[in-house]
Design a protein around this ligand. Structure first.
Ligand code: GDP
Length: 444
């Protein structure tokens, strides 16, 4: 079971006591276990392959933060990438259109489509205070329209009265017409389902779509059916276009792997999840929670995040101590460049330093963009540790080597050296300002 992923990774890295950057071998061994964990979580093989390849690219060469193990570091990188692939931001159902907003609910029979339609109506009514009308377009299954009516009663949301013999497109048009006349905000159209995707069904749904021009077309899919659900989603998307996905039965045994495949294969956002049979068993989809469900390693992720934070604090303190002594070498500059990329540019840093108004203006005038920060970081990365500690060593031939190593030019290298010089002059000024100045800047 996936609970043992942490243990298995622990074994893999138990023998590796070395600190520093993650090597390709470390990463490969960890990712073998991660691959198994993802497959056990029911993520499609093709998705797992791409996912693992991408994580490998990101992980090899990454520094392992002090006080965590390489395995934990890999788990954190895997977790971050999972969230990335799952969509990072939560996306809600969009109602941003002139009322009545038509929302088409599509999916296979048994996926939980009708239940989900009622749950969404219930939520929109109670949470968003919307006036919602539901209509069942399923004329094939006699009980379908009745089912929606019963659910509507439970949710206290009205359903469009049934006119026997009316066809789906006409029901949809009638629903919109009534909604317009009666001042509804949203119309939920529950389309017919089948056990399998077939041409007739797709034609029917496409005809309804053309008739009502839905603001959202939400595909309902059963998370427990894993790969099948993904194929269904793909077919629906290709044929009728899907704007969002609702995954049902996320309360079941499945570990959320379907969510990852679904998003990766269709590229459509998962907006909602169903977590039970009751009317209120509906949740907004949160990529970070599902990532934790898939990997089952929220504690490790939290640990690494904490370590990263405290290391940053430590580094800041160390730098402050060095600044007090008026020391500032290219290693420090590199640390600052990395920090700056996180903090939003050079101005952020300059603002932290006392008596640096002049330099700050220079930096602002230089109009430095993030790409340049990365290039500068690469230049320093191509220097030897000795050069970084003692930049005076860097003569013309070394400059050429550094430029070639970082894919830049000698003038680029010169610019970095000039910047370092400016900053070390600034550090000396800071030192002269003395302790009170440092305290004001919060660098004690
Ligand atoms: P439809 O044929 O797609 O309209 O499916 P239904 O809405 O009739 O749902 C089929 C069954 O799945 C019903 O018994 C629902 O109560 C159940 N169901 C729907 N969504 C969920 C869910 O998120 N979790 C669980 N556990 N059951 C669900």
């Amino acid at each position: 079971m996936f609970d043992s992923l942490s243990d298995r990774l622990g074994d893999v890295f138990g023998r590796l006591r070395k600190r520093g950057a993650l090597s390709e071998k470390d990463v490969d061994e960890a990712l073998r276990e991660v691959r198994i964990a993802l497959l056990e979580a029911d993520v499609a093989l093709s998705v797992v392959k791409d996912f693992v390849a991408e994580v490998k690219k990101q992980a090899v060469g990454q520094e392992v933060v002090r006080s965590v193990s390489p395995a934990q570091m890999v788990v954190k990188i895997v977790n971050d990438h999972l969230i990335e692939v799952l969509g990072r931001e939560t996306e809600e159902l969009s109602l941003n259109a002139a009322p009545p907003v038509p929302i088409l609910i599509v999916g296979l029979q048994g996926s939980g489509k009708t239940t989900s339609t009622a749950k969404i109506a219930y939520r929109l009514k109670n949470r968003e205070k919307k006036k919602v009308l539901m209509a069942s377009l399923d004329v094939r299954r006699p009980a379908a329209q009745e089912q929606l009516r019963v659910l509507g009663e439970q949710a206290e949301v009205p359903t469009l009265p049934v006119v026997p013999g009316q066809m789906p497109v006409d029901i949809a048009k009638r629903a919109l017409q009534s909604a317009r006349l009666q001042g509804y905000d949203v119309v939920l159209l529950d389309t017919a389902g089948r056990l399998h995707v077939d041409e007739q069904l797709m034609q029917e749904v496409a005809a309804v779509r053309d008739a009502v021009n839905p603001h959202e077309t939400l595909l309902v899919a059963d998370a427990l059916t894993g790969q099948d659900a993904v194929n269904v989603a793909k077919q629906f998307d290709e044929r009728v276009g899907v704007t969002g996905i609702m995954l049902t039965r996320v309360d079941g045994d499945g570990r959320g792997g379907a969510a990852l495949s679904m998003r990766a294969v269709t590229g459509r956002p998962i907006k909602l999840i169903g977590v039970g049979e009751k009317m209120d068993a509906l949740e907004t989809f949160h990529p970070d929670r599902i990532a934790n469900r898939i990997l089952g390693m929220g504690d490790v992720v939290g640990l690494v995040e904490k370590a990263q934070e405290s290391i940053q604090e430590e580094d800041a303190k160390k730098l402050a101590a060095r600044m007090k002594k008026g020391e500032f070498d290219l290693e420090d500059l590199r640390g600052q460049l990395q920090q700056m990329q996180k903090m939003g540019g050079l101005e952020g840093l300059a603002g932290m330093l006392p008596g640096a108004r002049q330099v700050k203006q220079q930096l602002a005038d230089a109009n430095i963009d993030p790409k340049m920060l990365r290039r500068q970081e690469a230049i320093i990365g191509s220097m030897t540790p000795k050069e970084r500690r003692n930049p005076k060593l860097i003569n013309a031939s070394r400059k050429k080597r550094i430029a070639a190593g970082s894919g830049t030019t000698v003038p680029d290298v010169n610019r970095v050296l000039k910047q370092w010089k400016q900053m070390s002059v600034m550090m000396k000024k800071v030192r002269k300002l003395g302790k009170s100045g440092m305290m004001r800047a919060g660098l004690q």
